[in-house]
Each structure stands twice: as C-alpha cells, then as structure tokens.
Design a protein around this ligand. Structure first.
Ligand code: AMP
Ligand code: ZN
Ligand code: FE
Ligand code: FE
Length: 277
C-alpha cells in the first residue's frame, strides 16, 4: 500500500501555537507532508493564510478547527474539517467564543488584582497578540512582573481549575459542537479520546453526527490506538490522526508530522464533507 503522510492536527499563532500559519505550512512542505490541517482552538483566523501558503508551496491545506466542549468536570475537544469558512452560523459561534474569552480574561485579571497583584490587562492582551487570549498569556504576564517564577507556578498557584483566579471558559455541549461542524458542511471528529476519558460519550456523539475518532495522537499508547481503531470499526468512523503540533518551544512539544494519518483519510473526509447533518 502506498500512502502519503498527512498531519491533521496542527496549531498556529492564530491560537496558542508559536509559529504563524505560513511558517507552519512551509515546515510541513519541508517535512515531506502532502497534506496539513490547521486546527486552532476556537478560531479559524489561521485558515486563510495557511490555504494561501499551501497554494504557493504546493501542499494541500485543509480548513480545520478544534472546539472545546464541556463534559462533566472536564472538557473534550472536537475537531472540525473542511467546513465552509464563511458559514454564518459558524462565524457567529466563533465570534461569541472570542468575546467570551476576552471577558473571561478580564475577570481572571480582576481576581488576581483583588489578591493584591498589580497585573495589567493590557499586557495580557499584548502577549496574546493576534492569537486567541487565554490562561497561558495571564501566566506569562504574571512571570513578567515577577509575581511567580514560571508559567507552571502561575498555573499551580492561581490558574488551575479550582485555583483562586480560575474562571471557566464558555463551552458548548459536545453534541452542539458536532452539530455546528456538520451544519457548516464539515466533518466532525473527536480529538484525542485517550486524553479525555470520554468513553460513554462516543455513542452519544455518533448519534449526533460524529464521523471520526482521532486514533493517532502523540499521547496515545499503542493499546489506546488498538482500542480506538476497534471503536472506529464498530461505529463506522474514520480513524484520523495528527501531531497536535504547537510550534518549537511550546510546552506541549511534538514534532510536525510526528504522528500522521494516511492520505486515504483525507480522500474519505473530502467525500464526507458538505453533507450537512
Ligand atoms: P485556556 O484555553 O485559556 O483555558 O488555557 C488552556 C491552555 O493552558 C492549554 O492549551 C495549555 O497549553 C495551557 N496550560 C494548561 N495547564 C497548564 C499548566 N499546568 N502549565 C502550563 N500551561 C498550562
Ligand atoms: Zn493548544
Ligand atoms: Fe486538544
Ligand atoms: Fe490541539
């Protein structure tokens, strides 16, 4: 069998990646990937520049997004692929998430200031730059002013779930995320199920229109891969995969193309896309 490697889970500076979309696409070309999906958290701002870079370099770039959804005492991530980036409902939902992220960071900064730490909201926003703002930027701003010694300490002392400055992020229900992706003509895939302990969720999501599981992921053990491959067969789901690359220098470092899916997965996704739920 002659398959070509495709990385279907990649972050850019449009969310919390350290490299901009054009840089990531260029790296993918050099790494010998034939297709790449840009899957930033809650935003598709990186998609257009990545598509353009893909056309220049001659590799296939798939529009993608990674949506966080609320699950009892935790979250699960849904990957959407090949949706219409101009779909009004999708754009409206993403705008709502963006506004909510901003309001949430404002509240976290207020909580930190109430603890007597003179953290400036402007600095937090400046650190986020073009990307979606979140706890990592609050953490870095805390390091800058010397309130903590490291990002890890900022999380441990203030920002972790149940921490004194924690504010939950606005999230949809997992079924809603699946439906949103499908309505926008996309293919809905459950991201890294091995990281989210969400076994009982899978049949529910299949009923809601889920079309794939991210079987191949850097943090999945061979046992998990085997297990999720079995579930894909059982439910008739696509087995996708990717590196969850966040750029060199990111805490969650994986190499671009470290984990890939075969190009036949992309062909199958193209065949599924556009069939709205
Ligand atoms: P947010 O989306 O604003 O809730 O922030 C989530 C991000 O914070 C994740 O993508 C991680 O990269 C980062 N993060 C979560 N926990 C930690 C931690 N203990 N240390 C450093 N970064 C973390
Ligand atoms: Zn991330
Ligand atoms: Fe994720
Ligand atoms: Fe991710």
């Amino acid at each position: 069998m002659n398959t070509l490697p495709c990385d279907l889970h990649v972050h850019t500076s449009a969310s919390d990646g350290t490299e901009n979309p054009a840089e990531v696409v260029e790296k993918a070309g050099k790494a010998g990937l034939t297709a790449l999906a840009v899957t930033d958290h809650d935003t598709i701002r990186g998609v257009a520049p990545a598509l353009e870079a893909g056309r220049e370099i001659g590799i296939t770039v798939l529009p993608g997004v990674e949506l966080a959804a609320e699950e009892e005492d935790g979250e699960v991530h849904l990957l959407g692929y090949l949706f219409d980036p101009h779909h009004p409902l999708l754009r409206e939902e993403l705008a709502r998430l963006e506004k909510a992220r901003l309001a949430r960071v404002e509240r976290m900064v207020e909580k930190i200031r109430a603890l007597g730490i003179p953290l400036a909201l402007e600095r937090v926003l400046a650190l986020a730059g073009e990307g979606t703002v979140g706890r990592p930027h609050v953490a870095r701003a805390l390091v800058e002013i010397g309130a903590v010694g490291s990002v890890a300490e900022a999380f441990a002392r203030y920002l972790e779930r149940h921490g004194p400055a924690y504010v939950p992020r606005l999230k949809m229900a997992p079924e809603e995320a699946v439906l949103l992706i499908r309505r926008a003509g996309g293919v809905a895939v459950l991201a890294h199920p091995g990281l989210s302990r969400c076994e009982e969720l899978i049949p529910r999501l299949v009923s809601a229109g889920l079309q794939g599981l991210e079987v191949y992921h850097p943090e999945h053990t061979p046992q998990m891969v085997e297990h999720y491959r079995g579930l894909c067969r059982r439910y008739g789901l696509l087995a996708t995969g990717g590196s969850d690359y966040h750029g060199a220098g990111h805490r969650r470092y994986s190499r671009l193309g470290e984990v890939t899916a075969p190009d036949e997965v992309v062909e199958k996704m193209l065949a599924l896309a556009g069939r709205t739920a």
